[in-house]
Design a protein around this ligand. Structure first.
Ligand SMILES: Cc1cc2nc3c(=O)[nH]c(=O)nc-3n(C[C@H](O)[C@H](O)[C@H](O)COP(=O)(O)OP(=O)(O)OC[C@H]3O[C@@H](n4cnc5c(N)ncnc54)[C@H](O)[C@@H]3O)c2cc1C
Length: 297
């Protein structure tokens, strides 16, 4: 095996890289800070046949308790930068959406306010087409740069087939940068919108507990997954250290930091079983990392 680039670490716990706080170690972990470093890393992993996964802020990710026998990449340095370019913002894929919203507010640029409710990175939000309060990434994405070990592509929302909580960005690809097209607005009004969204979020969803956001995609515009699971009597239902949130049934909480990913999967399997009894097949929104599978997938 050829030697890994010098900034690659070994056996790094994934639990501390995810918001839910579960999962075993990654065999390799790297935080590339430049596009050149990222390209080296991707070439190395492809040549060596090492599996790869990108982690943003791990806010929609469930990692196997046994870990991931591959390379976990987290973008840093210039790959997480945020710069103004007229009425657009040029971001690294590793920039946090919260920081982008803060800068957009300071600069009086409107369009990405919805991102204040989404605790992830720009790259993760592009891959997931994350959205909230009627806005989603595809509305603001002008162009993204997507790298893989053997090439690269650039494209807008249609090229990336951005759709409800998904896109055609594959697990071997990295959203390294994105340009968000915004409109000039008033900082004070933008800040007020952001505050209002944050207040509504606090009222409707669990806060101060470890979760990975929505477990399931909504079955339709008319039926929310949380609403359905509440009807199934699952609010507060627990297995091991994992519990369906008593506040919102489409969230799973890691209670007291005691949950394992196995507990979470068992809860998800029960939720799926109960939803099927109601005639609904639930599709999970949360992304899986490593050897972890949900019965019925
Ligand atoms: C409290 C809470 C509230 C949430 N509310 C919302 C909400 O309102 N709306 C919503 O849409 N989501 C919500 N989420 C889920 C989550 O924040 C989003 O899915 C977010 O886009 C994930 O971004 P991330 O950077 O954390 O990605 P991760 O969770 O780290 O990864 C998610 C997926 O994206 C991939 N990925 C990450 N970065 C990149 C990259 N640079 N290039 C290529 N692939 C990448 C990963 O490999 C994985 O497949 C919430 C989560 C939490 C914890």
């Amino acid at each position: 095996m050829t030697e890994a680039p010098p900034f690659v670490e070994r056996d790094v716990p994934i639990a501390r890289l995810t918001t839910v706080g579960t999962g075993g170690p990654a065999a390799y972990f790297a935080r590339p800070e430049t596009t050149a470093q990222l390209r080296d890393l991707l070439r190395w992993r492809l040549a060596e046949g090492v599996e790869m996964a990108v982690i943003g802020l791990g806010s929609n990710l469930l990692a196997a308790d046994s870990g991931f026998d591959g390379l976990v990449v987290r973008l840093a340095g210039e790959l997480a930068a945020i710069d103004r370019d007229g009425d657009a913002i040029a971001c690294g894929g590793g920039a946090s959406l919260a920081a982008v919203v803060r800068r957009a507010t300071e600069w009086g640029l409107s369009g990405v306010e919805f991102g204040c409710a989404i605790p992830g990175t720009v790259g993760g939000a592009v891959r997931m087409n994350a959205g909230a309060y009627g806005g989603e990434m595809r509305d603001v994405l002008a162009e993204a740069l997507v790298l893989s070990g053997d090439g690269e592509r650039s494209g807008g929302a249609d090229d990336l087939a951005m759709r409800y909580r998904g896109s055609n960005v594959t697990t071997g690809e990295v959203v390294a940068a994105a340009r968000l097209s915004l409109t000039a607005g008033d900082s004070v009004a933008i800040a007020a919108t952001v505050r209002d969204m944050q207040r509504r979020r606090k009222e409707a969803q669990p806060s101060g507990v470890r979760t990975f956001g929505s477990v399931w995609k909504n079955p339709s515009d008319q039926l929310g997954a949380g609403q359905l699971l509440e009807r199934c009597g699952l609010k507060g239902y627990a297995i091991g250290g994992a519990r369906i949130s008593p506040v919102h049934a489409n969230f799973i909480e890691n209670v007291g930091g005691q949950a394992t990913s196995t507990d979470v999967i068992a809860l998800m399997a029960e939720a799926r079983r109960r939803a099927r009894k109601e005639g609904v097949d639930l599709e999970h929104e949360v992304q899986m990392l490593g050897p972890i599978a949900l019965p019925g997938d």
